[in-house]
Design a protein around this ligand. Sequence first.
Ligand SMILES: Cc1cc2nc3c(=O)[nH]c(=O)nc-3n(C[C@H](O)[C@H](O)[C@H](O)COP(=O)(O)OP(=O)(O)OC[C@H]3O[C@@H](n4cnc5c(N)ncnc54)[C@H](O)[C@@H]3O)c2cc1C
Length: 209
Amino acid sequence: MLSIGALATYTDVIRSPLVRRRLPMLVDAAREVGGVQIQNRGTIGGNVANASPAGDTLPVLAAADAIVVLHRVDGVRRVPFTAFYTGYRQSVMRPDELIVALEVPPVRGRQWFRKVGTRAAQSISKVVMAAVEPPGRDAPRIAAGSVAPTVVRLPSTEAALAAGASIAEAQRILLEEMAPIDDIRSTAEYRRRVAANLLARFWNERQRS
Ligand SMILES: Cc1cc2nc3c(=O)[nH]c(=O)nc-3n(C[C@H](O)[C@H](O)[C@H](O)COP(=O)(O)OP(=O)(O)OC[C@H]3O[C@@H](n4cnc5c(N)ncnc54)[C@H](O)[C@@H]3O)c2cc1C
């Protein structure tokens, strides 16, 4: 289990040989957060606790099947990352709890991350996606941010791809699993198109490798 302390900054993540080896898609995500100043100060625990659906590390943690470690005065509990958020900016974390770590089981296979924003830096995601392609016939693990009230895993899309669906069919299913909105950063239509394109990019890169 890779245990990343909640106070790890993005710069800590980028510089960690262990994270680079075990979870390179988290390094890719950390490099895209804000600018260098934010990477030096912002923490992964803060990104998770902040509970923004646009948080850049969140699809990575969802696709990696991470576990949130919550401490309170008289105990500790571990919550699967995919069960942590309950709604827009809401989570199961109680007022007397702190996130102390994110635990990530070994991730086998190719890891992939893409963020689409207005600029290369200081840009909140319009769409962000992370994916894992395990070796063999196991289903891919795909998660997306900024396309619903919380970060989402996309189990029906994953199952369709594993079952041999065409990319067009998988894109159709993907759109059913998302609930994007129009807001100040983008439109729902743009988010739908870009998310479908990102899915194809991930899957097509797989077929070439
Ligand atoms: C200019 C700018 C650019 C940014 N760009 C991005 C970006 O590109 N991508 C992105 O994802 N985010 C971005 N952010 C948002 C933010 O910086 C990051 O989400 C950062 O990781 C938050 O971490 P922090 O340590 O600063 O948390 P804080 O902002 O200090 O805390 C956020 C919230 O979480 C709570 N909290 C923090 N740590 C814990 C913990 N361990 N346990 C329980 N609660 C906790 C705090 O009480 C607070 O309510 C940006 C912010 C700024 C100001």
